[in-house]
Design a protein around this ligand. Sequence first.
Ligand SMILES: C[S@@+](CC[C@H](N)C(=O)[O-])C[C@H]1O[C@@H](n2cnc3c(N)ncnc32)[C@H](O)[C@@H]1O
Length: 286
Amino acid sequence: MDVTFLPTPTADGSQTFYSTTFGEQFHSRDGAYDEARRTYAAATNLQALAQQQNAIVLLDICYGLGYNTAAALEAIWAANPDCEVTVIGLELDPQVPKAAIAQNLTQAWPEPVQPVLQALADKGQVQGRCQGQLWIGDARQQIQTLVDQGWRGDRIFLDPFSPPRCPQLWTVEFLSLVAQCLKPEGILATYSCAAAVRAGLQLAGLHLRTTRAVGRKWPATIARWIDQDLPPLSHQELEHLQTRAAVPYRDPTLRDSAAAILERRSRSQATSDLASTALWRKRWLA
Ligand SMILES: C[S@@+](CC[C@H](N)C(=O)[O-])C[C@H]1O[C@@H](n2cnc3c(N)ncnc32)[C@H](O)[C@@H]1O
């Protein structure tokens, strides 16, 4: 993959990379560490979970620089230093986590977290209070292996590039397999509030919740098998799901190119009975 490993500063002082392949930064400009802490560790109540149980299982889809795993370990061990953590990271490009370590981008995470990130980047695995593996390859194939193994996690972090850039990892077919890896009481978190993503998660059988941070324009999304806790979707968000923006991405064989998935969705949108998203935008965002 063609990634420019040029550190790019974000508003909280932490750094991220820019992908020339996907044409996007790896994190929000508002703060890379902050995004990992807020959208993934805090939104999934990891500290509370660590106070209740001494072992937690995590799936970090699109591991990248490892910030979401780092934020999770930071939260868990702050609440319960004895908690044992099992983490599986899925990542296409092994150079991303390696470059993050080589350029010292992970050094501001707490001291016990850093050797975990280093071992995952260098050796693809780690032992000890955190036992983990970093699986390199296309998450669409790796998720099928996890499903075949009956693997289940307490928390799943879903952090691909945006749907127009990386539709492969936002399809109903992929999200359905991801959902199968979530324990009955588990929580999935993603930064995306795109209607197509939320519709895909619903079609995978999950209930949706929203998480909103002070000062942020867009909410993030929480998905669970059980419909409880956390604020429900607002009227505006529910109406968004009744528009053509909610036509989901499809990838029946889990092998299509991004272009083929985008083209398939455009054709479905053209014949959809759903309301116009332009009208919704005018009503709510004008
Ligand atoms: C938005 S970044 C994730 C940032 C990451 N969570 C972090 O904290 O640094 C998206 C990541 O998805 C990876 N990726 C892209 N396509 C993928 C695929 N098909 N399977 C697995 N990973 C993929 C990219 O290499 C990139 O590292």
